[in-house]
Every structure is written in C-alpha cells, then in structure tokens.
Design a binder for this molecule. Structure first.
Ligand code: CA2
Length: 184
C-alpha cells in the first residue's frame, strides 16, 4: 500500500552520491551496530484500555495487556525492541509521536476513534517522518460509514485491519520488513 512520499523521502539523507548508493544497498538493521536493536513505538488511542471487558463480539476477548505481551514477544523474536503505550488523550499521543523522532525507528498506531477525527495525529506522523503503520482490531470498512475514513492514511505506509489482536502482530512483521529493506 503506498505511503506518503514525504515520509519516505525524509529517510534519504542528503549525502554524496557514493555514500548514497551504499546506503541504498544497506539495510537499516545492518547500518546499526550489531548489538543495537531497532526499536518501535506502538501507540494505542482512546478506550483501548477497555479491551476484553466490553464488546468482545467486535474487539475480541484479549485485553490490552495481552496484546502488549504478544507484541513484545513478537518484536523480540524479530530482533526489535518495542515500547507499547495507550492514552485517552489526543495531545499526549501527539507528544509521544513528536518525541519518537531520533528515539524510535518506526511507529505502529491504533489511534482508535481519533483515526476518524484527528488532523493533529496525521500532522504529527507526517512531521516525524518515521515509517508508520496503522492498525485496527476490527475491519473498519465493514462497519459504520464514518469509520471508513482514516485521517492517518496519507501519513502511514499501510494499514492492517480486521484480524483482532493478530492485526498488531502482522503490523510488526510489516514494520520489520520495512526496517530491513533496502531504502528505495
Ligand atoms: O478496530 C479498531 O481497532 C478501532 O480502532 C477501535 C476503535 C474504533 O473507534 C475504531 O473505529 C476502530 C474503538 C476502540 C474502543 O475500544 C473499546 C474496547 C472495549 C469496549 C469499548 C471500546
């Protein structure tokens, strides 16, 4: 799925041609020192702290703690470190995205209801220009019309939706692939 040119473009540093060519051949994992794992920030928006307690028919029975544990396990298996956070406050999520620049290599975000309302989260993701993936537990295209539009779409490389907690694990696979690929 196409992501924003701006987000991808910012990963290409303005270095001399020979270095640039080398950088294109070298994976981002390989560019890091061997003992330094790539790190991803996994963000969760409002009400996701309620998972497992209400609406299991739509969102499944896993709690957010269960999903965090599965994400950390999956990330570790892929050689990534993962920081998993949840907030009910848009501004806190914006702050975490802003702080991610220079500290994390990629972002996975389930912005929950803010997906469908937040220009601020979209702008923050575009501003930090880290590779980002949008996730949803439910298939947002099979629900109410208002859930079919995501403000985050232009700011992310792609979206995984509809697979319950598995959506997060698929997104970790995808970001590992992005971080491991030759920059192009
Ligand atoms: O499917 C998803 O992951 C959503 O991001 C979940 C959001 C919803 O607004 C999006 O359209 C799709 C809702 C998260 C609220 O989670 C609850 C969990 C348990 C009980 C009530 C809400």
């Amino acid at each position: 799925m196409p992501g924003s040119d701006r987000a991808r473009g910012a990963r290409l540093s303005p270095c001399p041609k020979s270095d640039y060519t080398d950088a294109r051949r070298t994976s981002s994992f390989a560019r890091k020192s061997e003992d330094m794992a790539s790190s991803i920030l996994i963000l969760n928006g409002p009400n996701l702290n309620m998972l497992g307690r209400r609406e299991p028919g739509i969102y499944g029975r896993a709690s957010l703690d269960d999903i965090r544990d599965a994400c950390v396990q999956k990330a570790t298996a892929l050689g990534l470190s993962a920081d998993f956070r949840q907030s009910n406050h848009e501004g806190e999520l914006v702050g975490w995205i802003q702080e991610a620049a220079g500290r994390f290599d990629g972002i996975i975000i389930n912005a929950a209801a803010y997906t469908h309302t937040s220009v601020a989260l979209r702008d923050a993701l575009l501003a930090v220009a880290l590779p980002a993936i949008e996730v949803h537990l439910s298939n947002i295209h099979a629900r109410e019309d208002f859930r079919r539009h995501s403000y985050l779409g232009p700011a992310v490389r792609g979206m995984v939706a509809g697979f319950g907690a598995q959506s997060y694990l698929l997104a970790i696979d995808a970001i590992a692939h992005i971080l491991n690929e030759t920059t192009d």
